[in-house]
Design a protein. Structure first.
Length: 537
C-alpha cells in the first residue's frame, strides 16, 4: 500500500532547535546537521537531496566510507562498499531509514557505532525526500496529462479535417502530415492495398507502385523500421512505413497513439469509399432508369396482327436492363418506283437480336440497333441480306469493338405466307409445319458488327396455314436443369406439335412453361427473348 502523501514539512530549523534541547552533550554532532539544513536545496532534485544526506551522514559519523542502499542498489556511495549493506559486519554501523511504514533505505557507515545525530538527520530528511518524490510524481503526472490532452486535441483536429476531404489522396496526405509532425518522423512511405504509392516523403524518387523485393530494399535502405497497417474494424487500406523520430525512439504509448491515428484515417477511408460507392450506385441507377425508359420505347407496346395471323413476344432481361431486342411492325408504304408483283401489298416485319454482353453497355447497343432497323426497314425491304450488310457497316463505324450482335430479321407477306429473312449468326428459328415437321432457318452470314466488310444472303421460306414460326435467343434454349442438361430447340418444336391447336399467346405461354420446368428451382443465366408468329387455319 502506498504511503500517504506528506504535508509540506515544517521548518527543519524549528525541529532541530526542539530536538537539540534534549541532547545537551551532542552539540558537536549537530554541527554537520546544521550544515545540512543550510545547504538543503529547496529547488534541487531527489538525487541532490540523497547526496547531501549521504555526505552529512559521513560527517556526523566522522567516517570516510559509507553509503545509502535502497534495497537494490547504492544510491550514494563514498569509498568501498560493504558486502552486505544491511549487515555490513565488524567496523561498520547501519541504520534503517524509514518514513512512517515505508522503507527508504539503509545507511551504512564505516564506524563502530551509530552516531546519535544520525537518526535525527534521517528523520528530518525523510519527509523532505518524500516531498521531493511526490513533487516529482506530480510533475510526471502533469506532463503525462498534458501529453494526453495534446494528443486528444490532435485526434479531434485530425477527425474534423478528415471529414472535410473529398479524395483518397488528400485524406492520406493529411494523415501523413499529422503523423510526421506529431512524432517528428523524417521519412514516411504509404502504399494502398494494391501497392500503389500514395505518399512518399523523405525517401527520394520512387516508382508508382512497390511490392516484393523492391519494397523490402527501399524499406531497408531508408531505415523504415515501423510498419503500420491502415485498417479499421472491417477494411484494410494499405500500409505505412516510417523511420524512427528525430527526437528519440517510439515507446509503447507512442506506438499505440500512432496506430490510433492510422485506424482513424482508415475508418475515414472506408467512409469515403462507401460514399463514393453510393454516389456511383445512384448514378448507375439513374443511367439504368434512362436505359429502361429507352428500352420501353424501343420494344413494341402492341404487336401487329394482320388478318389471319397471330403474334406473341416478350423479353425477360437477366439484369435490370438487357441486351436482347425484338420488334414486330407493319410496312405498307412502297418505295419510289414501286415493287415487283410478287412483293406488292402490306408485309409483317420482325426482328430479334442478342447483343454480346449484359447490362447497360449491351442495352445501349441494343437501342442503337433497334433504332437503325426501324429507320432502315420502316418501309418494305427488297433484300434483307443487303440490309444486314449496311447495318454491319454502320455498327463498325460506331460500335464498341468488343460488342456485336446475332440477328434474325425479315418479313412475311400476310396474303401469301412468303417469308424472307436474314440470319446473322443467330440461333436458328424454328418453322414448325402443320404436320409436325420443322425447319431450322439457319444463318445466312456471320454475326452483325463482328467482321468489317462481311456480307449476308437473304433466305426464303413459306408459311402455310397452321404453321408456326418460333424465334428465340440463346438464353431460352440454354436453360439448364440441375444435371446441366440444356432445354434445346427440339423441345420447343415438341411443345408446338403437342399444342398445335392453341393460339399464339397460349403457345408462347407453353414454351415458357417448358423452359421453367427445365430449370426446376434454378433461374435463367442470360436474357431470354421469345417471338411466336402463327398463321391461322
Amino acid at each position: 500500500m502506498d504511503a500517504p502523501v506528506p504535508s509540506p514539512p515544517p521548518s527543519p530549523f524549528d525541529r532541530l532547535r526542539s530536538l537539540s534541547l534534549r541532547i545537551p552533550e551532542g552539540a558537536s554532532e549537530l554541527l554537520p546537521l546544521i550544515d545540512f539544513l543550510e545547504a538543503y536545496p529547496e529547488q534541487g532534485t531527489e538525487e541532490d537531496l540523497i547526496h547531501l544526506v549521504g555526505v552529512t551522514a559521513l560527517g556526523i559519523g566522522r567516517a570516510s566510507q559509507g553509503g545509502i542502499w535502497d534495497g537494490q542498489k547504492w544510491i550514494f556511495l563514498r569509498g568501498q562498499a560493504p558486502a552486505f549493506p544491511t549487515n555490513p559486519g565488524k567496523g561498520w554501523s547501519s541504520f534503517q531509514w524509514t518514513w512512517q511504514a515505508e522503507e527508504l533505505g539503509t545507511v551504512a557507515l564505516k564506524a563502530d557505532t551509530v552516531p546519535s545525530a544520525l537518526p535525527l538527520l534521517l528523520s528530518v530528511a525523510a519527509p523532505l525526500l518524500m516531498w521531493r518524490r511526490m513533487e516529482h510524481l506530480r510533475s510526471d503526472q502533469n506532463r503525462a496529462l498534458a501529453l494526453q490532452l495534446s494528443r486528444l486535441n490532435t485526434v479531434f483536429d485530425l477527425t474534423r479535417s478528415l471529414g472535410e476531404v473529398e479524395s483518397k489522396q488528400e485524406l492520406i496526405s493529411l494523415m501523413a502530415a499529422t503523423v510526421m509532425g506529431e512524432f517528428r518522423i523524417p521519412r514516411l512511405l504509404v502504399l494502398d492495398r494494391d501497392g500503389t504509392v500514395v505518399v512518399a516523403r523523405g525517401v527520394g524518387s520512387v516508382p508508382p507502385a512497390l511490392g516484393g523485393d523492391a519494397l523490402r530494399a527501399l524499406v531497408d535502405e531508408k531505415h523504415l523500421i515501423h510498419a503500420l497497417e491502415l485498417r479499421d474494424s472491417t477494411h484494410s487500406h494499405g500500409f505505412a512505413y516510417a523511420a524512427d523520430p528525430t527526437i528519440g525512439k517510439l515507446d509503447e504509448d507512442d506506438d499505440t497513439f500512432l496506430q490510433t491515428l492510422m485506424n482513424l484515417a482508415a475508418g475515414q477511408l472506408t467512409s469515403l469509399e462507401l460514399r463514393e460507392e453510393r454516389i456511383l450506385k445512384a448514378r448507375l441507377e439513374k443511367d439504368l432508369d434512362l436505359a429502361r425508359n429507352i428500352q420501353r420505347q424501343i420494344l413494341p407496346k402492341e404487336l401487329p396482327e394482320p388478318p389471319g395471323w397471330q403474334c406473341a413476344a416478350a423479353n425477360l432481361p437477366y439484369q435490370a436492363v438487357g441486351g436482347d431486342l425484338y420488334d414486330l411492325w407493319l410496312a405498307s408504304d412502297p418505295p419510289a418506283g414501286g415493287w415487283d408483283d410478287e412483293q406488292e401489298g402490306e408485309r409483317l416485319h420482325f426482328a430479334i437480336a442478342d447483343i454480346s454482353g449484359k447490362g447497360l453497355p449491351a442495352s445501349l447497343m441494343m437501342t442503337q440497333l433497334g433504332a437503325y432497323l426501324r429507320a432502315r426497314a420502316d418501309r418494305r425491304v427488297k433484300n434483307w441480306g443487303r440490309l444486314a450488310t449496311r447495318l454491319n457497316t454502320r455498327m463498325n463505324e460506331v460500335r464498341d469493338r468488343q460488342r456485336y450482335a446475332t440477328l434474325f430479321a425479315g418479313s412475311i407477306n400476310p396474303e401469301t405466307g412468303d417469308l424472307r429473312f436474314v440470319n446473322g449468326g443467330h440461333n436458328p428459328p424454328l418453322l414448325v409445319k402443320r404436320d409436325g415437321s420443322f425447319q431450322r432457318l439457319d444463318p445466312t452470314g456471320p454475326m452483325v458488327g463482328l467482321l468489317p466488310g462481311a456480307s449476308w444472303e437473304q433466305g426464303r421460306a413459306q408459311m402455310d396455314k397452321g404453321d408456326v414460326l418460333v424465334a428465340f435467343t440463346d438464353g431460352l434454349v440454354e436453360a439448364e436443369n440441375p444435371a446441366g442438361e440444356e432445354l434445346g430447340d427440339e423441345a420447343l418444336a415438341r411443345v408446338v406439335r403437342e399444342h398445335a391447336g392453341l393460339d399464339a399467346d397460349d403457345l408462347f405461354e407453353q414454351l415458357l412453361v417448358a423452359a421453367f420446368k427445365q430449370l426446376e428451382s434454378g433461374s435463367f443465366r442470360d436474357d431470354v427473348t421469345l417471338v411466336v408468329i402463327k398463321r391461322s387455319l
